[in-house]
Design a protein around this ligand. Structure first.
Ligand code: RB5
Length: 148
């Protein structure tokens, strides 16, 4: 189950992503926002990411204007690894190297065709483990030291 979250800058792309997920029988839960009315990305980033933390969902797709605000919010939560992705290659690396359980998309800078390529890459790539797992363990140590 994928948690979805967007602000007004990501609303339209989120709606189009839902069509792609429906067509591919990928289950999701939409945590809003539900219109283009101006709002604040931390509200919807938090809702979607808490669903990943609680294991109600296993990953999250977050959309705002740049993907930056959403990724900043997501990375405030222990155990969440997220970054804004704008092409296929960085999306593959986000999974292969960082085992990201959330991806942020820049709704104002990519269209649905680009988003689909990015999501296919992220969803279809395996984590490489090895030295990358060692680095994730280093991040976990930082979380344990610096986050409640
Ligand atoms: C909203 O105007 C915009 O700041 C937001 O969507 C996002 O790009 C923030 O990082």
């Amino acid at each position: 189950m994928i948690a979805l979250g967007a602000d007004h800058g990501g609303f339209k792309l989120k709606e189009e992503i839902k069509k792609y997920l429906d067509e591919n029988d990928i289950k999701y839960k939409d945590f809003g926002t539900f219109s283009e009315e101006r709002t604040d990305y931390p509200i919807y980033g938090e809702k979607a990411i808490r669903a990943v933390q609680s294991k109600e969902c296993d990953k999250a797709i977050l959309v705002c204007g740049t993907g930056f605000g959403m990724s900043i919010v997501a990375n405030k939560f222990k155990g969440i690894r997220c970054a804004s992705c704008w092409n296929e290659e960085v999306a593959k690396l986000l999974k292969a190297h960082n085992n990201a359980n959330a991806i942020a998309l820049p709704g104002r800078f990519i269209n649905i065709s680009q988003a689909v390529v990015i999501l296919r890459a992220w969803l279809g790539t395996e984590f490489m483990g090895g030295v990358h797992e060692e680095r994730l363990q280093m991040i976990k140590k930082l979380e344990d030291e610096n986050m409640k």
